[in-house]
Design a protein around this ligand. Structure first.
Ligand code: FAD
Length: 567
């Protein structure tokens, strides 16, 4: 691919979503920056044009630089030199090119040197970078940690750190420890305030930290001595120039070789508190992880696209039994489902990103002035929607990335098992997406409350009232029946009043909700652009209807006695 943006017309379609008008209005505060910055947009059209141009530049860099470097980076990987990380040579070239193009600190306000981009077009950039090289995608996308520093840091911290990130300083989020993975409440890295030094000192070990030798770290640490739960944790900013953190090792991994995964040793590392004490996990890391989960959803969609591209290209070329293999129903079945999962997952990703954009922009405005009652309501509504859709977007897309990568190899036959084809790298790279930033099981833990409190069902019923094109009406009526099955299954499980049973079927319920929501989004997309989405709307609905039926039957047949067989 020469340009990872212009050659995927679905991206421009999502950029041009009607909600962007409101997003731009809020993000640009009625376009007031135009007085101060000559590159700030004059109006909505101008803003959209600038997003489109930046996406085109990103698409070109991914096509011309990042994708051609991907195999070399995968083979070389990063180097561990004297307690530091040295990137693979291709990674260095990628990073230099992105920084030179001004693609860092993209979402930050212009006064700090950012582009004031909404999350939605920024997420599109993250998707296309990951489609070219998911490992490099991590290093570049971790710039979005700055969102959390912007939200919870003070003015002095803003002025010292945000401009650095806009100029290309890299970031990492240091949460995981050997005994604290999914359960971050168990974090024990110690933070002690030193009166003598006039700062906090961090001591302990973090493991599996992506880009662990970055310039600026956000660190979760235990600041309250004697505590053992999440309420004793605070968030700190560690600036590498202070010293005190060494990279003990870089992990050898199955995939994303370009992304250094580090074990870090903190020895009296000088750090500063970000926000208030004790809110580290409860508030700040939750916000940080929600952003990062959207990032992994984008990485997953990029991988879904890459897997599809490779599978499609091979299927069009490879001949067996006297014809190209794409003409075999078994092969075009796989390809059409891959494309449908890609389109459905992408629709969910950008719907979530738009919700995030609206509530975050309003949250930011609330720091400048009091919101009107209508704005406060809007903020609450979109914040709730964003929170409920984020685990679905991360959970479903990461599973689809794995499934598409698997099918891409299948389409390649024996060649897919050889290291000569890109599909093997995509397969290895995709595997981590359903593990980090919270495993799929932990996304389910986050999502299940929105099943039981009726949020997903309310969202689905609201979508049902949205008109679709006449061609999509038959699908809409089938979709309503799917939602009825989801509702009946939820009611049955709730009526059983058994927490273990609920936990056991939680993933199935989450998938039923996600399938209904993604079908609705695809139906709406196909109503606006049948040439791009009608096929996927049909294919995905057929697929999702069978999935919902399967889960419904499973849940229907399950009771306490049946559950005992699983233990
Ligand atoms: C390549 C890579 C990069 C990473 N990058 C970072 C990073 O930048 N920063 C960072 O802080 N961390 C990072 N991590 C850590 C990552 O987020 C954790 O590995 C992940 O959250 C899972 O934790 P764990 O490995 O301890 O697994 P565990 O928590 O031990 O989980 C093991 C299994 O148990 C299941 N499980 C655990 N708890 C529950 C539950 N309550 N309900 C249901 N099932 C459960 C899990 O789903 C999983 O299947 C990275 C990891 C890897 C491999």
């Amino acid at each position: 691919m020469d340009n990872f943006y212009t050659e995927v017309p679905e991206l421009k379609f999502h950029l041009n979503n009607p909600m962007m008008k409101r997003i731009c209005e809020l993000k640009e505060r009625d376009y007031k920056d135009k007085e101060e910055f000559d590159y700030a947009p004059m109006d909505f059209e101008d803003a959209m044009d600038s997003y489109d141009k930046v996406l085109e530049i990103t698409g070109e860099i991914t096509g011309q630089v990042i994708a051609p470097n991907a195999e070399g980076v995968d083979q070389e990987g990063p180097h561990h030199v004297d307690g530091r990380v040295e990137y693979a040579s291709g990674t260095k070239r990628n990073l230099e090119t992105m920084v030179k193009a001004g693609l860092n600190g993209m979402t930050m306000p212009r006064r700090f040197g950012g582009l004031n981009f909404p999350i939605t077009p920024y997420t599109m950039c993250a998707e296309i970078v990951a489609a070219a090289d998911a490992g490099f995608g991590n290093i570049w996308s971790l710039q979005d940690c700055i969102e959390t520093l912007y939200e919870f840091g003070n003015a002095d911290q803003h002025s010292r750190f945000i401009p650095l990130v806009c100029q290309g300083a890299t970031m990492s989020m240091d949460l995981t420890e050997p005994d604290a993975g999914s359960d971050l409440q168990s974090v024990m890295l110690k933070a002690t305030y030193s009166e003598k030094e006039g700062c906090w000192l961090l001591n302990g070990v973090k493991r599996f930290i992506t880009n662990g030798d970055s310039d600026i770290h956000l660190v979760l640490a235990r600041s309250e001595e004697g505590t053992r739960d999440g309420r004793g944790l605070s968030m700190f900013i560690y600036d590498k120039r202070q010293g005190g953190v060494d990279v003990r090792r870089i992990e050898h991994k199955l995939g994303i070789h370009g992304s250094p995964t580090c074990e870090l040793v903190y020895k009296n590392a000088r750090a500063e508190l970000c926000g208030e004490r004790k809110l580290g996990l409860i508030k700040y890391v939750m916000a940080l992880m929600n952003g990062a989960r959207l990032g992994i959803a984008a990485q997953s969609v990029g991988l879904c696209q890459a897997a599809y591209n490779e599978g499609l290209a091979y299927a069009k070329e490879r001949r067996q039994f006297g014809k190209v293999i794409i003409d075999f129903p078994a092969v075009y079945d796989m390809l059409s489902i891959m494309k449908a999962k890609l389109d459905a997952g992408r629709a969910l990703l950008y719907q979530t990103a738009r919700y995030v954009d609206i509530y975050k922009a309003l949250e930011d405005i609330a720091r400048e002035r009091k919101l009107t009652p209508e704005e406060r309501q809007e903020q609450k509504r979109y914040s709730k929607l964003a929170d409920s859709l984020t685990p679905l977007a991360k959970g479903m897309n990461s599973e689809y990335a794995n499934q598409n990568a698997y099918d891409s190899i299948q389409i390649h036959g024996g060649s897919g098992f050889m290291m000569d084809y890109a599909c093997q790298r995509i397969y290895r790279d995709a595997r981590i997406t359903s593990i980090y930033e919270g495993t799929t099981q932990l996304q389910t833990v986050a999502a299940i409350r929105y099943v039981t409190n009726g949020s997903y069902l309310a969202t689905i019923r609201e979508f049902e009232a949205t008109p679709c094109s006449p061609e999509m009406e038959l699908l809409l009526s089938r979709l309503k029946k799917m939602a009825d099955k989801f509702e009946a299954a939820t009611t049955a499980v709730k009526e059983a009043q058994d927490q273990e049973l609920l936990d056991f079927v939680a993933r199935r319920l989450m998938e039923m909700a996600a399938d209904c929501i993604m079908c609705h989004l695809l139906l709406q997309d196909a109503s606006r652009s049948p040439e791009l989405f009608a096929k996927s709307a049909h294919v995905y609905l057929n697929y999702a209807e069978a999935e919902v039926e399967k889960h419904s039957a499973f849940i229907h047949n399950l009771d306490k006695e049946e559950l005992a067989y699983y233990k």
